[in-house]
Design a protein around this ligand. Structure first.
Ligand code: NMX
Ligand code: MLT
Length: 470
């Protein structure tokens, strides 16, 4: 309770100092504590009663506080700007971008443990932070790595389920199929069938989530090896962390690529709750569908070209530019001509625009910084840098695009391509593995906080017209 009171006091102070970024930032930092627990599950168990109390208090004392009004534009415009979900792990500010439990990407790079001092954050650390709101130390993260490795064994029938699909199936179709096969071992489903009490729902959800996160790289790597390589499984390496192991099982062992994978998984993990994949997972889990069912649904949303498939589309589009001019070293005029050609044919410029962001995505910026450090002379990276100069003024001129700046997907492909992962149809699978690290923690909290079945009200077109006529 004492902790809860101090957090509320800090929140009050924070809202008073909202206009003073320096003080607000220092208050935020006070709120993020260093973890002292022995393991992730014990830390979570300790936190749950306090969070339950906070939700109970909000519902009891503030049930009628209004968070905004719902307009016709919101209902017809894909619910943009409608605050309708609670998401613990992260929040997106339109100008500043993502904060994971209050921490920016540079904060995470500074404060979360890496594989080596000063290295990119380990995804295990992001998972710990997103689930508990606390910063883990290296020892805790290493023990979580070990725990994930110990949960990573994949039942043979999951590979067989994937094998039942033609190799030509899109990697995301194969991935969702693999996740659905993993569902056979759902602890939540078993526990529910045996009559588990509501108060304990979070426990099998935690088990399913950690098992799912642990097994995804093995499934994902199998799909890559099956579709693009010799089909032979590269076993997990017991000495490697989560991100490095995924790269290793794909067939990449260059230490720079391992670092990129750690960064990639960390920054793609979470983007608050309203994006299509996260919201889908939360919605599908709300009638108590287990984490496998919910996450498979999320992957199907991620596979849409306006969402996660955009990373595939970006590299395809960049390749089409190179094919058109015969070289990546093209002039600004040539690039501008090609962008107009794309737009005039009724297509979007992939990797640009966003439903919430209104400035350059910080996930783009940190990938650019990685590229500047490791591959500044790569011709594809240089083309991506040129695109960033030429696209925004053209999109702005259209007059309808709310955000002409690059998003996360504008950059990842050229980095993966540089390290030899050239098959762009696979890129969304990498995004999918990463997204589990963000979605999973919220699914556990959904059950711990007793979040209800999601069921918003819809309206017919006639009713909408009647309401507007009044
Ligand atoms: N190129 C061309 N037109 C665009 C673009 C773009 N990159 N972005 C937005 N527009 C158009 C959009 O199609 C819409 O046109 P219309 O009214 O004719 O339907 C108009 O601008 C207004 O759209 P916005 O309100 O700016 O964007 P919205 O929130 O509806 O959509 C995206 C957001 C991300 C779907 C949109 O910007 C887009 O299609 N971008 C390209 C695909 C992409 O990069 N998606 C990845 C997003 C990040 N992720 O990983 O999920
Ligand atoms: C995401 O990471 O989910 C994308 O940027 C899309 C979004 O936030 O709407």
């Amino acid at each position: 309770m004492a902790f809860f009171r101090s957090v509320s006091a800090l929140s009050r102070l924070r809202s008073r100092v909202g206009q003073q970024p320096t003080l607000a930032n220092s208050v935020r930092w006070l709120q993020i504590q260093t973890s002292t627990a022995t393991d992730l599950r014990s830390e979570l168990k300790e936190l749950i009663p306090e969070y339950q109390e906070r939700v109970k208090k909000l519902r009891k004392e503030h049930a009628n506080v209004e968070l905004g009004k719902i307009t016709v534009d919101m209902v017809l415009g894909g619910m943009r700007g409608m605050t309708a979900l609670v998401w613990l792990g992260s929040a997106v500010d339109p100008d500043e971008g993502i904060r994971f439990r209050g921490m920016t990407i540079p904060d995470c790079q500074k404060k979360l443990p890496g594989a080596c001092p000063g290295g990119e954050p380990l995804p295990e650390g992001i998972l710990w932070l997103l689930l508990t709101g606390k910063i883990p130390n290296k020892e805790q993260v290493d023990s979580l790595s070990q725990e994930l490795r110990s949960r990573a064994t994949i039942p043979d029938y999951a590979f067989k389920a994937i094998d039942a699909l033609p190799v030509s199936a899109h990697p995301m179709t194969q991935f969702t199929t693999g996740v659905m096969a993993l569902q056979v071992e759902s602890e939540f489903q078993k526990a529910y069938e045996s009559g588990i009490a509501k108060a304990r729902y979070w426990e099998p959800t935690y088990e399913d989530t950690l098992n799912l996160i642990a097994r995804l790289p093995g499934i994902a790597a199998y799909i890559y090896r099956r579709k693009y390589k010799d089909g032979k499984i590269i076993p997990l390496d017991d000495s490697l962390d989560y991100g490095a192991n995924y790269a290793h099982m794909l067939g990449f062992d260059d230490p720079e690529m391992l670092e990129f994978m750690r960064l990639y998984i960390s920054i793609h993990s979470d983007h608050e709750g309203g994006n299509v994949s996260s919201h889908t997972a939360h919605l599908v889990a709300s009638p108590l569908s287990d984490p496998y069912l919910a996450f498979a649904a999320a992957l199907n949303g991620l596979a849409g070209p306006l969402h996660g498939l955009a990373n595939q589309e970006v590299l395809r589009w960049i390749r089409s530019i190179v094919a058109e001019f015969g070289t990546p070293n093209i002039s600004t005029e040539q690039l501008s001509e090609y962008i107009h050609k794309t737009l005039n044919s009724g297509q979007v410029i992939p990797g640009y625009g966003h439903g919430v962001l209104r400035k350059t995505d910080p996930r783009y910026t940190c990938q650019r910084e990685f590229a500047l450090k490791h591959l500044p002379n790569d011709p594809y990276f240089q083309l991506v840098s040129k695109i960033k100069e030429v696209v925004p003024p053209i999109l702005t001129k259209l007059g309808k695009v709310k955000n002409p700046w690059p998003n996360v997907d504008a950059h990842s492909g050229v980095l993966l391509n540089y390290y030899g992962l050239t098959e762009e149809n696979y890129y969304t699978v990498l995004f999918g593995v990463s997204r589990a690290v963000g979605v999973g923690p919220q699914l556990i909290w959904d059950r711990a906080l007793g979040m209800p079945l999601e069921r918003p009200k819809s309206v017919t077109l006639e009713k909408l017209e009647q309401l507007c006529a009044k």
